[in-house]
Write a protein that binds this ligand. Structure first.
Ligand SMILES: NC(=O)C[C@H](N)C(=O)O
Length: 378
């Protein structure tokens, strides 16, 4: 050890006292690029300069209220979007807000009618330049399907953010107000443009293709098993985008006329699987069948035979998986080329179903084209 390796105690203290303010100054003035908060509207932004955010309320637990029937019981979709916004202090400093009620349902009741109404309203608001961004308040049960549907049918690059909560508005430590605040923060931020429909819950920003609900009741429920969040947001630190969302579409498909998508069934595979659920789906008029297969989108011999027969009848058969992460790959244990099947890649069964519906509605039948539609750019 040299004699300079250990400084005398007085010098150490002086160096330390000098270093602390220097480091603090450096940290405060460090240019933090994408994380910079300057782009975000704040308390000093004049109202006239605030972005215009259209809030479309659909119901869900975020709008839920306690039900006296039992402790912990509640009903979804009890309060309006307007009431929800009023319960969040400081929201009006982030954006000029305008709320519209599209529906008041738990998202277990989400349906094509509400999807079409949402898609048409958002498109109209963007086409007529009525809004700089949209926030959709939604139940969490089917939030990922709505996000994915809208990503495929709403054109443009203005932010569309979907938000929900796991605890009703009347709960102790309700997560809705914080989530809504962060959703508006993200929708109001120009850096959110061009990222497709994004979900904001519990401080995470996640892409429509990847995001999925992974826990029945915890507030830490949404994750993106194959690629993780695209960014983070919190009321103190602002927004940090880390990466681009996978497979961003923001419209490839036209909304079909009317307000209904073609019937596509999801068939869940398991041990000792027979062909009955597949035959049922066909007899009820399914135009497509998505297999929530075991492993890499596999299923039993009788079920495979029934699916092959379905594909021969012109029913679109998509192999997905009941496994939470990973990809379903073509022609591994199943001969997709021979059977006329499509694989869902990373799309879970519920999202593969939405895409199958849009493809059928668009009249796409060429196998290579169908398969291409399921393949994301990574
Ligand atoms: N946390 C929730 O929002 C669940 C509720 N069932 C819904 O999806 O509307």
């Amino acid at each position: 050890m040299t004699k300079h390796a250990v400084s005398p105690p007085g010098r150490q203290r002086r160096t330390f006292m000098l270093a602390v303010p220097l480091v603090a100054f450096a940290l405060c003035s460090w240019p933090i690029g994408e994380t910079a908060r300057a782009a975000e509207p704040g308390k000093d932004t004049p109202v006239a300069n605030l972005p215009r955010i259209l809030v479309l309320a659909t119901g869900g637990t975020i709008a839920g209220q306690a039900d006296p029937r039992a402790t912990g019981a509640y009903k979804s979709g009890q309060i309006t979007g307007e009431q929800l916004m009023q319960s969040v202090p400081g929201l009006d400093k982030l954006a000029k807000l305008n709320a519209e009620q599209i529906s008041s349902i738990g998202s277990q009741d989400m349906n094509d009618k509400v999807w079409f109404a949402l898609a048409r309203r958002i498109q109209d608001a963007f086409d007529k330049n009525e809004a700089d961004g949209v926030v959709i308040t939604h139940g969490t049960d089917t939030l990922e399907e709505t996000a994915f549907f809208l990503d495929n049918v709403v054109r443009g690059d203005k932010p569309v953010v979907i938000v929900g909560s796991m605890r009703p508005a009347t709960a102790i430590s309700a997560d809705g107000p914080g989530n809504l605040y962060e959703a508006v923060q993200v929708a109001a931020d120009p850096r959110s443009r061009g990222r497709g429909v994004i979900a904001v819950l519990n401080d995470k920003i996640q892409g429509a293709r990847s995001v999925t609900k992974t826990n029945t009741t915890s507030i830490e429920t949404f994750s993106s098993p194959n690629d993780g969040p695209i960014g983070y947001v919190d009321t103190a630190g602002g927004i940090r985008f880390m990466t681009q969302a996978a497979g961003v579409k923001r419209a490839t498909y036209q909304l079909p006329a009317g307000d209904q998508l073609p019937r596509v069934a999801i068939v869940y595979s398991h041990a000792n699987m027979d062909a009955v659920p597949i035959e049922d789906a066909i007899s009820h008029g399914a135009k497509g069948i998505v297999l929530a297969g075991v492993g890499d989108g596999n299923t039993s011999k009788p079920a495979l035979d029934a699916l092959e027969a379905a594909a021969k009848q012109g029913i679109l058969v998509v192999r997905s998986t009941r496994v939470r992460s990973g990809f379903v790959t073509r022609n591994v244990e199943v001969d997709d080329d021979k059977n006329g099947f499509v694989v869902s890649e990373d799309l879970n069964p519920q999202k593969a179903r939405v895409l199958a519906q849009l493809l059928i509605a668009s009249g796409v039948t060429v196998p290579a084209e169908l398969q291409r539609a399921f393949t994301a750019t990574w």
